[in-house]
Design a protein around this ligand. Structure first.
Ligand code: IPE
Ligand code: IPE
Ligand code: MG
Length: 238
């Protein structure tokens, strides 16, 4: 079965560029192309939710020119990509802390969200200035400020990703085997797929490889295999 919600750590842009003796920003620009292709592929495959990690809470620690380049890339993508997303029926959500972003960028994010708010074919969450720890902490702080009890349900509801179900499949490109502060809470029962491809090289074939691997996994949620076997007429089907 196709995963309903796919989340991706789009890693490897810098190495893609360095291998070609290009500036890292050229890798990020090529990464945008790859994202465009990935959105198309998810639309074609009937994926309901695509969540991508575009800029982490920790990415501020990169050289200033790379950080400002990434901010500009997002700002220019807003203008360029929204018309196509509108046509495709994709609804944009930006997930992350807005406080650290410029007023202009914040406005741009809000406008893009508003412009696509009536769409429902694909929900596209772009995690920008996002960290899983930030989300858990901000959710707990908002509950505390309202004097509400902190439970798994209330925390989930207060989180920035509460508008979508948890990811079924998390893909990380670029060969690193870690989450780097992505969807820490929501990853609880996600299937993980690590690809050696650098993000700009991630294509439909690699997405299909991840989906095929996902369909072979048995999601037990703590149960045993036997408990999951389909039952017909009171008899377990072999
Ligand atoms: C991921 O690519 C994009 C961002 C973190 C913004 P990287 O820039 O981390 O690429 P590598 O890991 O250095 O190759
Ligand atoms: C994770 O990649 C963040 C994004 C893809 C936006 P990083 O390149 O920042 O992760 P680390 O530093 O290798 O863990
Ligand atoms: Mg990286």
């Amino acid at each position: 079965m196709t995963p309903q919600h796919i989340a991706i750590v789009m890693d490897g842009n810098g190495r893609w560029a360095t291998k070609r003796f290009l500036p890292r920003l050229a890798g990020h620009r090529q990464g945008m192309e790859s994202l465009r292709r990935c959105i198309r592929a998810c639309l074609d495959r009937g994926v309901a939710v695509l969540t991508v990690f575009a800029f982490s809470s920790e990415n501020w620690n990169r050289p200033a020119d790379e950080v400002s380049g990434l901010m500009e890339l997002l700002a220019s993508a807003l203008g360029k990509e929204v018309p196509q997303l509108l046509k495709d029926g994709a609804r944009l959500h930006f997930v992350g802390e807005r406080a650290g972003l410029s007023d202009k960028l914040r406005k741009g994010l809000e406008q893009a969200e508003l412009a696509t708010a009536a769409n429902s074919r694909l929900i596209l969450n772009v995690c920008f200035n996002y960290g899983g720890r930030w989300d858990i902490a901000q959710a707990a702080a908002s509950l505390a400020a309202q004097g509400r009890a902190i439970t798994e349900v209330s925390l989930h509801q207060a989180m920035a990703m509460s508008h979508v179900p948890d990811p079924d499949l998390i893909i990380r490109t670029g060969g690193e085997l870690r989450l780097s502060n992505f969807l820490l809470w929501q990853a609880a029962y996600a299937e993980l797929f690590f690809s050696d491809k650098l993000w700009p090289d991630f294509d439909e074939a690699e997405l299909d490889r991840a989906i095929a691997e996902f369909t072979r996994r048995e999601r037990r949620y703590g149960k045993t295999s036997d408990q999951l076997a389909p039952v017909a007429n009171g008899q377990k089907v072999a």
